[in-house]
Design a protein around this ligand. Sequence first.
Ligand code: SF4
Length: 370
Amino acid sequence: MVYETGNRTIDDALERVLAGETLDRTDGLALIAQPVEPLVEAGAVVRDHFGDGTVDVCSIVNAKAGDCAEDCGFCAQSVHFDTGIETYDFIGPEAVLEAATRAEADGAQRFGIVVAERGVSKEHRPEEWDEVIEAIRLVREECDLEIDASLGILTEEEAEILVEGGINHYNHNIETSPNYFPAVVGTHDFEDRVRTLEVAKEAGMDLCAGVILGMGESPTDRVDAAIALQEIGVSSLPVNVLNPIAGTELGVERPEITTGEIVKTVAVYRLVHPEARVRLTGGREANLAPDEQHLPLEAGADGLLTGNYLSTEGQTPGEDIEIVERAGLEPNREVNDFDSEAVKARGREEPVEPAVGSVESTASVESGDD
Ligand code: SF4
């Protein structure tokens, strides 16, 4: 049966997606101009058709914070901005393992090791590189988790070492469209980011790469970013929403992105990337009310970065599971078969404490954004 939302543009796109066709930029631009309700319906249909009804939960550790030489305008960890965040060197393999163990207990399927800098360099910082590799080995040995690395720009040699070490996924967000990128980042190019993703893919890693919404980009930029990610080929598409940090270039007052725009963009991304995990990541707590957080999941998102790493005001992993359930879905248990009820009960009993390597909410940390 052909599913119909009653909107001809959406129904035509939906029919083609369900038939296995890939939507292009023209389709994306037509879709993002449509009303939100039928887009949400279509996004849910695509998710149900291509997915397994689960939401994949991941967690990250910010294993080195601050003092990054790059100038990404949204990022509290850049040396170009005075944000007063706590900075620290690589926390060490044991501390990474501690964070991974906690993530596993909280129901994460994937665990991301994030290092805030242009690139962890085997050549220029061999000691830090060796520690990262040792941390990966420990997590691989001790935990049932897929491991994601977010280590910045990579060489081919480094990518091969990561694959041999057991890294399944590489995170490197493109942030926004190729056109809008220079308005946000001055010290490196969009193409630098694409090159690293290509290097990681060539070495055998799946790609986790996405965007930050609400940085002043247009709906066209949102579509162009999704099309760029289609060309790169990603299996996980994190959707961050800017949480403006005072002191950063984008920490100033700006028109807020609306809930409708966030939900609509998620639905369009679902249709343009039917087989990727569209993952809600940083900034959702800051931009969506508690009773709105399930809406992007209803629109087709099927991944979630759980907020247990935040030191204040963060949601517990149990609250995140409740959001998943409110959307009529259930958490993925493919890699880590955990007990949802125990996680929820723990969240009610224990205050949210900072995880090792946790920092205050920043767009870059929440997205694993190096
Ligand atoms: S997003 Fe990553 S590369 Fe950019 S300033 Fe922040 S830590 Fe550095």
